[in-house]
Design a binder for this molecule. Sequence first.
Ligand SMILES: [Zn+2]
Length: 141
Amino acid sequence: MVESVVIVLTCVIAIVVIAFILGVRPKDLPVPEPESPFQHLDERKAAIYENLRDLQFEYRVGKLSDQDYQSTKKDLQKELAKVLAEVDQLRNGTSHTPPARPAAPPRAEEASGFVCDACGAKFEKELKFCGECGKPMKVAK
Ligand SMILES: [Zn+2]
């Protein structure tokens, strides 16, 4: 008795697992994960840090004058501050979903038009018979 319950349970679990794999995989694969805005900013931040490192290296080996080094460093630090501020803004913002776009306005044409099934003519008013081809039109209820 206990054995048959175990067998049934095992079968059920196997079916659920297979259904899960078959059901989830094709859904997940074609939809790439939406790119996080943080990723973009992180990449920029990393690039700036890299530039700063390069700059320091070039300055140390004597490729850059002190003035060039200072001004470039200031520019990079300004850029970095901007990126960090954006990251802060995103973190403190409502969420990391992009700003909601207003819904598309409903199409007035579809809402008010009456179309003849026979010839496709459109009329603003509901008609019993089509003004173009004279065939009876469906009256909306
Ligand atoms: Zn018609």
